[in-house]
Design a protein. Structure first.
Length: 156
């Protein structure tokens, strides 16, 4: 834990109404008293929070929204995730950020449309495939050929 975090924690743990001087607490931990006062009053944030593309609170909101969409059976695409992050962060996020976000939160998210076509959908057996295969099998068993079949026209 950094000294500034220890100092703010000590200030917060003081009993209600107990007076203190920022200067004394700052000297105890070897930090600037103005920085301590600003951090305690919520005027500044740690540098690592300002450098993040998405604040941790926004990240949890984004994860909850993606879970909600997936529950409604409308999982978001990569572009949709990028646009949601843009609206939350207020600035553009890169494609690589979306990839890293999905990899970091893969345990929390079930994203179905990460690629152009879901592999399960691609491998699915279609009913039409089976009916045509069955028809060709019956033609072969009865000795019928394609030239033996004709088309029945309606309306005649």
């Amino acid at each position: 834990m950094y000294p500034i975090q220890k100092a703010t924690k000590e200030i917060k743990l003081r009993k209600g109404g107990a007076s203190f001087l920022y200067l004394r607490v700052a000297k105890k931990y070897g930090i600037n008293c103005h920085t301590l006062a600003q951090r305690h009053q919520g005027q500044t944030q740690p540098r690592r929070l300002t450098q993040l593309s998405l604040h941790p609170q926004h990240k949890t909101e984004l994860i909850q929204y993606i879970k909600l969409l997936t529950k409604r059976r409308t999982p978001p695409s990569r572009t949709m995730i990028r646009n949601f992050a843009l609206s939350l962060a207020g600035r553009e996020v890169s494609e690589s950020w979306v990839t890293r976000f999905m990899n970091r939160n893969s345990a929390n998210l079930i994203l179905r449309w990460q690629t152009a076509m879901d592999r399960n959908c691609h491998k699915a057996d279609s009913e039409a495939k089976y009916s045509l295969a069955l028809l060709h099998l019956q033609y072969g068993q009865k000795g019928l050929h394609d030239w033996c079949t004709w088309e029945i026209k309606e309306g005649l």
